[in-house]
Design a protein around this ligand. Structure first.
Ligand SMILES: NC(=O)c1ccc[n+]([C@@H]2O[C@H](COP(=O)([O-])OP(=O)(O)OC[C@H]3O[C@@H](n4cnc5c(N)ncnc54)[C@H](OP(=O)(O)O)[C@@H]3O)[C@@H](O)[C@H]2O)c1
Length: 269
């Protein structure tokens, strides 16, 4: 898809990957719609884009709230029409063992990214289907392909994003609407500040894959959209890691567990 002149909606656009992705699409000549909860941060991203000569509109919304998503979608459809590209990027969640995770936090981790992506996609699909073109881009994590210890609910939610993408691609076959699943390795965004205690749980073996800037991920998302790609791993060596896990699951699982986070030993009774 040539993104110039297209309408691109980005969730989680107030920070990190989402903000960089909105800026990258705007530089390519797309009009961007920015969704996240923090109005001031969204306004700052939108103002930066406009200052560079781009077009951006901010829509403060909690994307885990189905009613609020439906309402903002109605406003967008009325004011701008159906997006050409919907990027489901909003996400959060600490890395915790199951028994460390408060039940409400486990629910919240499914709410964003997974249910949020479901609500946002569902809200725009009828109009996108009526037009017969478009792309849904979902952002997940390598945890959706190879699992490490100490991040249970986070991992499950990223598998949900992967499952959602594969199911949608099958559902939308022949409709003119494509689906892209983007899987970045560690990204130097504010994710680790927003979700404290997470960075130290990254398995040592995963550090071999290095880390990316949000801008590098954004460029990868733009490229994947332009090239109508189904699945993208960033950087490319992340794909090699995922393939290694597919071909040699036992040794790779062993390495992830051995170099991953360990529980503190139980105090003697
Ligand atoms: N950083 C990494 O290493 C990494 C690696 C692979 C995948 N990812 C995935 O990439 C995505 C973006 O992460 P990031 O690194 O850019 O993190 P980030 O800087 O913490 O950004 C997260 C974004 O999600 C938004 N968000 C969170 N909850 C929301 C809600 N309920 N409603 C609306 N917006 C919400 C935040 O905005 P508000 O707080 O303003 O609402 C913010 O804009 C996440 O899904 C993450 O799992 C990250």
């Amino acid at each position: 898809m040539n993104v110039r002149g297209r309408l691109v909606l980005v969730t989680g656009a107030s920070s990190g990957i989402g903000a960089a992705t909105a800026r990258a699409f705007a530089r390519k000549g797309a009009r961007v719609l920015l969704l996240a909860r923090t109005r001031s941060a969204l306004d700052a991203v939108a103002a930066g884009i406009v200052a560079e000569g781009g077009e951006a509109d901010a829509f403060p919304v909690d994307v885990s709230d189905a009613g609020a998503v439906a309402e903002v979608a109605r406003a967008i459809l009325h004011g701008h029409g159906a997006p050409d590209v919907v990027i489901n990027n909003a996400g959060s969640g600490r890395w915790l063992f199951a028994e460390e995770t408060p039940p409400e936090e486990a629910v919240q981790m499914m709410a964003v990214p997974y249910f949020a992506a479901f609500y946002v996609t569902r809200a725009f699909l009828p109009a996108m289907r009526a037009r017969g073109t478009g792309r849904i881009v979902n952002v997940t994590s390598p945890a959706a392909f190879a699992v490490w210890p100490g991040a249970t609910a986070y991992t499950v939610a990223r598998w949900a994003m992967r499952g959602f993408s594969e199911a949608l691609r099958a559902d939308l076959h022949g409709t003119g609407i494509g689906v892209t699943l983007v899987t970045p390795a560690a990204v130097r965004s504010q994710y680790f500040e927003h979700n404290p205690g997470t960075a130290e749980r990254l398995p040592r073996i995963a550090r071999l894959f290095g880390s990316l800037t949000p801008e590098e991920v954004a460029d990868g998302i733009v490229r994947a959209t332009e090239r109508d790609r189904h699945r993208v791993f960033l950087p490319f060596r992340t794909r090699l890691g995922v393939l290694a896990h597919k071909w040699f699951p036992r040794p790779v699982d062993w390495l992830l567990i051995r170099t991953g986070w360990n529980r503190a030993p139980l105090e003697p009774a």
